[in-house]
Design a protein around this ligand. Sequence first.
Ligand code: PMP
Length: 426
Amino acid sequence: APAALDPLPVLGHDVRVPLATGEEVTYAALDYAASAPALQRVWDDVAAYAPYYGSVHRGAGYLSRLSTELFENSRAEVASFLGCRADDQVLFTRSTTDSLNLLASALPHGCEVFVYETEHHAALLPWGSHGHRVRVLDAPASPALAVELLERALAARDPYGPALVCVTGASNVTGELWPVRELAAAAHAHGARIVLDAAQLAPHHPVDISALDVDWVALSGHKLYAPFGAGVLAGRPDWLREAEPYLAGGGASRHVVRGADGGVAVEWHTTEARHEAGSPNVIGAYAIAAACRALRDAGFDRLVERERQLVRRVREGLAAVPGVRVLSLFGADAPRVGVLSFVVDGWDSSRLAAALSAEYGIGVRDGLFCAHPFVRRLAGEAGEAGDGARGPRNAVRVSFGAGTPDEHVERFLRAVGELVARGDRP
Ligand code: PMP
């Protein structure tokens, strides 16, 4: 295995926050799955570019031309980072949610969409709200069962109609890795296409569109250490080229004339510009490309190895605390990224998360993580109220990544141990 790394420098590593006692400690950001801190290198790259910022695709001036070049180069860098095929398009969006809605808006008429109930709402909801028929698959108990369920569902569909499978690469609830390559093979064997929700996978693990043989990948800059309001949809150009533009406006249109019918006639671009109407988020796109460079230059395999060690430490640490149950679909030993959710017997998850913040300066998240059906199922399996009268049970999620020092993980484990020993005091 490659040698492990020190954490990468990130913004906010020395931020001091007040505790309930009035004492101050450095903030332990353990909510990477919601938004990761910016890599220092991304911040530096953006700062170096900022004085040269100009309008993209419009101006004749030097800075406009430079910005346009950097914006288009950012596409190329993201394409290379994601292992895109030669004709794939890389679209800059606002986020994973935006990317998946864009794709939903571009699906051919009559497209059936297959999703697991375990998906984040961003991957669960866009299809139906764009008028497509959605088939929800049950949460599988193993990766092999996931493939089996999909094959069965696809075999029962109209083999001549268009179909799309949407699946997460790593769960935002359990962090568990999904068998993306196998699911892609199953989709393609049944004439369906597949989009990978890589919001949680991409920050923790190299994603290669070609090797995985997925049709599209969606991700968010703010989870990929580039918090500047941009996301990516990368993949097959054909459905995108044939679809109505996601937004109508300048930049997406090639020619616009007064129509013979008294209205407006428009010819749309067939490149990425078709779905990027309006002035693009140049800094956001540039920052994502900077994050791709930073991860690549750091040696992504070494980051993966370091994170694997942190995951093992957290799993072992939590396992040693009585009454703690880590939520898992594929089993305690299933490979996962640095995202773990857990519940504690006798503790309200919201109060536990609040105590971690107030007493230890640790930032985690509690709730249902925008994956209500999934968390209800997992929490329900503990014999607690799932959909029942007491309502869904929350969980606490701890998540970390390239910038996480060992001390944050150790502080977190010590805090959980101490709080659980003391007991919940509403
Ligand atoms: N998919 C997954 C798996 C996620 O974890 C998230 C963010 N929590 C999203 C999609 C949506 O990402 P965004 O909020 O950046 O649109």
